[in-house]
Design a protein around this ligand. Structure first.
Ligand SMILES: Nc1nc2c(c(=O)[nH]1)N[C@H]1C(S)=C(S)[C@@H](COP(=O)(O)O)O[C@H]1N2
Ligand SMILES: [Mo]
Length: 362
């Protein structure tokens, strides 16, 4: 029997799946830190059976290409290693998939498969060094008890050693300063800022170091991988090589105004939202209210938190009556900007096309 869940996710928009897959309506993404109740949920299998209410009945085992295999209870992890906190964006690689044309298979996410939260845990690199990695180790393999409805491993992802050893990569046991909820991988999950959500393994109870790229469930074929060169919908994907997604592209979302609002002629249009990126930081956001013909630079708040999203604001004027379309376009430090329309790929990953909101001026 699956563990019962306790968070009220009723404000989210649910998609199909063997268990909860639900995204956040964009107006609920207004706060800098997304409350856990409003945080999107993605499950590749059904809820695992975990001992409810007793995190100490659970343990983490580390082995594989290490000289010292080890096992810890949660309290032992907290006692042995430095506990750190950081705010980070968690975004599903399939966020924005529903906007692909032609449509592709997979959960039809709009733009709400993303949130920003404060995660507290221990650094993965500290745990790995305690186990003394062997020189051959190049990749981690993460294991969890969740299974598909047919009983297969739901997801077993890993990280290249450079990312596993990066200071921002955590095994987290708290989210927004409360114990990590079961729905989000409690008692312990991977936090891999900048990497796609699929790399943020939930309910992790075993980590093996490997001498090659991990090949667990959802690491092969078209899963969470992108073609190395652009593919057209009619192209045969088996004729192209695919690479594991290791970085999320620059993106922004408009959280206000929402499409339900109508503006009066001459009134200010106050646009606000969030911008973020993966390894290469976001540097600017531009706004258009004329379908992309002209752009104004938004004010972009600085953030002491490298992996959190950043607020942008821009104010214009609703000049003429009729429908207007607000477009937000973020750019990163190497000059990449969000495309105006989606770049198609077979599974619809990393669609960072500009967010557009249509309003009426009356
Ligand atoms: N064990 C396990 N971890 C998992 C998954 C899963 O199905 N099983 N889904 C992954 C995917 S695809 C995403 S986008 C994130 C979503 O995290 P959330 O449900 O906390 O929002 O969890 C990741 N970790
Ligand atoms: Mo995902």
């Amino acid at each position: 029997m699956a563990t019962t869940t306790s968070l009220d996710k009723s404000r989210l928009v649910a998609h199909e799946g063997a268990t909860l897959n639900a995204e956040t309506p964009l107006h609920l993404l207004e706060p800098a830190l997304t409350p856990v109740e409003n945080f999107f949920v993605r499950n590749n299998g059904v809820w695992p059976d975990l001992p409810p209410g007793d995190p100490e009945a659970w343990s983490l085992t580390v082995g594989g290409s290490v000289a010292q295999p080890r096992r810890w209870r949660l309290s032992e992890l907290k006692a042995e290693f430095e506990v750190v906190s950081l705010s980070a964006v968690l975004e599903c690689a399939g966020n924005g998939r529903a906007m692909l044309d032609p449509p592709v298979e997979g959960v039809a996410w709009g733009l709400g498969a993303v949130g920003c939260a404060r995660f507290t845990g221990v650094r993965l690199r500290d745990i790995l060094s305690a186990c003394e990695p062997l020189p051959e180790a190049v990749y981690t393999a993460h294991h969890s008890p969740d299974r598909t409805a047919k009983g297969a491993v739901a997801l077993s992802r890993g990280l290249p050693l450079w990312k596993a050893a990066a200071p921002e990569t955590l095994l987290a046991f708290a989210m927004n300063d409360a114990p990590l909820p079961f729905e989000h991988g409690g008692p312990l999950r991977v936090v891999a800022p900048g990497f796609p959500g699929s790399a943020w393994q939930k309910w992790v109870n075993r980590i093996d170091l490997r001498d090659r790229v991990h090949d667990g469930a959802k690491m092969n074929g078209l899963d969470y991988r992108l073609p190395e060169k652009p593919l057209a919908p009619d192209d045969d994907p088996t004729q192209t090589s695919f690479g594991v997604i290791e970085d999320m592209p620059v993106r922004s979302i408009i959280t206000a105004p929402s499409a339900e609002v109508s503006l009066r002629t001459g009134a200010p249009i106050e646009v606000a939202g969030w911008a973020w990126a993966g390894r290469i930081p976001v540097t600017a956001v531009h706004i258009s209210t004329d379908g992309g013909r002209s752009w104004g630079q938004a004010e972009l708040a600085s953030s002491e938190e490298r992996w959190a999203w950043r607020r942008f604001r821009w104010t214009g004027v609703a000049n003429a009556e009729g429908p207007i379309e607000i477009i937000a376009r973020a750019s990163d430090a190497v000059g990449r900007s969000q495309p105006l329309s989606a770049h198609w790929n077979p599974r619809g990953y990393c669609n960072n096309a500009c967010h557009r909101v249509e309003l009426d001026v009356v």
